[in-house]
Design a protein around this ligand. Structure first.
Ligand code: ADE
Length: 270
């Protein structure tokens, strides 16, 4: 895609450039390998199937982790995709949602080989107040942040907020019919009154449980990051979040898959 440069060139430190990948011109960085980090199997299954991704072994150092890796080779203009899913907690048997597993999974993905872009993809809550709709897909912009790390000590308050700038995919998001918004991460499904205050102050429009952890690890590696999140629930609805989430998970995962496939294809067109 001729306009690819405009999506991405506000970011510095593209691994593609640093590592001498073959960019198609001097300005547009090639996106040759994308890592997609996901938390729940129900979120990941439609995308894994659509990509035709094949499971691969995790590296030996990570063999005690529940993380699961699959790879879809580059096809035509589509970049290679490394799909990394948090996996199941051996004690409870449920998917390892949340920031701890997300950070570990991202570290495993980023030691697989050179990665040009990390995408934290999954489901999320939205708000009536920002006119979010169930099944709508957001792309993170201009940053991802944390809402439940409250550390009232000099310097640590900023560290706790964990704001990390996202790759500039505004034009691509627009072309795909996605909304843009700040994505905010916490380790709880509900929204406590304190969370509510902090989220309102931050201007966030998307609430989920992994993106900030993924973004932090990506930043440590110098790899650009974005979040793509499909809405399963409206946080201030009278219907319990868990009830909405369960009812809407499959439809949101399908919407996420459809958007992710187009996004990945377009990234490879640069
Ligand atoms: N994932 C889906 N909906 C969510 C919500 N409301 N809060 C956190 N994570 C979510």
């Amino acid at each position: 895609m001729a306009t690819g440069k405009r999506y991405l060139d506000s970011r510095k430190g593209w691994r593609a450039r640093e590592q001498g990948h073959s960019a198609k011109n001097a300005y547009a960085p090639a996106v040759e390998r994308v890592a997609v980090i996901m938390a729940m199997e129900a979120e990941a299954a439609p995308l894994r199937d659509a990509l035709g991704a094949t499971p691969i072994e995790v590296p030996v150092w990570a063999s005690t982790l529940p993380v699961r890796l699959a790879v879809a080779p580059a096809v035509g203009g589509r970049p290679e995709v490394l799909l990394a899913v948090n996996g199941r907690d051996p004690t409870t048997g449920v998917d390892c949602i949340g920031s701890t597993a997300a950070a570990l999974t991202t570290q495993v993905a980023l030691t697989y080989g050179p990665i040009d872009l990390v995408v934290t993809a999954g489901t999320a809550g939205g708000w009536h107040r920002s006119n979010a709709e169930i099944g709508e897909v957001f792309v993170a912009w201009p940053h991802i942040a944390c809402h439940d790390r409250r550390i009232d000590l000099p310097g640590f308050d900023q560290f706790g907020r964990g704001e990390i700038a996202t790759a500039d995919l505004r034009e691509l998001a627009d072309a795909l019919g996605c909304r843009l918004g700040i994505v905010t991460t916490g380790d709880s499904l509900d929204e406590s009154p304190t969370d509510r205050e902090r989220i309102l102050a931050s201007g966030a429009e998307v609430k989920e449980m992994e993106a900030a952890a993924v973004a932090w690890v990506a930043q440590l590696h110098g790899v650009p990051v974005t979040a793509v999140k499909a809405i399963t629930d409206l946080v201030e609805s009278p219907v319990a979040t868990a009830t909405q989430f369960t009812a809407n998970l499959a439809a949101a995962a399908d919407a996420l898959q459809a958007t992710m496939m187009k996004l990945i294809d377009q990234l490879g067109d640069q």
